[in-house]
Design a binder for this molecule. Structure first.
Ligand SMILES: O=C(O)CCC(=O)C(=O)O
Length: 266
């Protein structure tokens, strides 16, 4: 599929699945480093001078852990040598300007992990304009029972929605934006679960509604990595309910151009 087709599909559906775009050498390197760090990382401090990787276990009460790319160089190489070139090749103009916002490794241990409720990423981001694309790929095969990503197709066209606590689905205090319906299918959206292998890559628009269920498969860890990029120059525009980890790295004032060492242009 050429870049026009991919970018048109992203424009129409708000999400695209790109099969077989990640070589095993990238996945194997990241998996090896992640396995080594997984049990040992305890840091919760957020550095102000470099991009971060958030380790987020989907178990109620778990605290997010923070590592840097110095500790996970394989992921930095993968972003530079695989993800960014793939986005540019497959999406053309859409991916011309990619400013790294944050990287999160979502982990769902078997049986005890929970649902991450319907949300759109930009609801949590203090940016204007709020134009973002996110890449997501798993480190293992994902199926519906293993917590695959599920999307409401075309929902990005509905504009900004309110942010909720992703574990409880309760909206934050002072949230006055309309919320995503509890079941987008009831609201007329086609809902699609993206079963995939670690060689595949999802790209979604920051406005597209998505959710993941629990990982119900015994002895099977589900790890998903999301790398988010801002695609237009933006200004810092904070409001309540925007507690993404990277917001603690921001050292500019509201209304100023969003920039800083943690947010490099790739
Ligand atoms: O990996 C997951 O389970 C959820 C990922 C997600 O919601 C996101 O990348 O925004």
């Amino acid at each position: 599929m050429d870049s026009l087709h991919y970018s048109k599909r992203l424009e129409d559906d708000g999400v695209i699945l790109m099969p077989f775009v990640i070589e095993n050498r990238f996945i194997n390197g990241v998996k090896k480093e992640y396995d080594q760090l997984y049990d040992t990382v305890t840091n919760t401090d957020i550095p102000k001078t470099e991009p971060i990787i958030v380790f987020w276990k989907h178990v109620e009460g778990e605290q997010k852990k923070i590592v840097t790319f110095t500790e996970m160089p394989s992921l930095w190489n993968m972003i530079n040598d695989c993800i960014v070139p793939t986005l540019r090749e497959k999406l053309g103009k859409v991916a011309e300007r990619l400013q790294l916002l944050e990287t999160i490794i979502f982990n769902k241990p078997p049986k005890i992990s929970n649902t991450l409720h319907w949300h759109q990423d930009v609801a949590y981001f203090p940016l204007k304009p709020n134009n973002q694309i996110a890449v997501w790929f798993p480190l293992e095969i994902v199926t519906k029972e293993r917590g695959a990503m599920t999307y409401a197709i075309g929902s990005h066209k509905q504009g900004i929605r309110g942010s909720v606590n992703l574990h409880t689905n309760v909206s934050f205090d002072n949230e006055d934006r309309p919320l995503i319906p509890k079941n987008p299918e009831d609201a007329g959206f086609k809902v699609k679960t993206m079963e995939m292998t670690p060689n595949d890559m999802l790209v979604h628009n920051g406005y597209t509604w998505h959710t993941t269920g629990p990982n119900t498969v015994e002895n099977y860890l589900r790890t998903g990595i999301s790398v988010r990029f801002i695609t237009d120059e933006a200004v810092f525009d904070p409001r309540p309910g925007q507690g993404a980890a990277f917001t603690k790295q921001v050292e500019i004032n509201p209304g100023e151009i969003f920039k800083g060492k943690p947010f490099p242009i790739m």
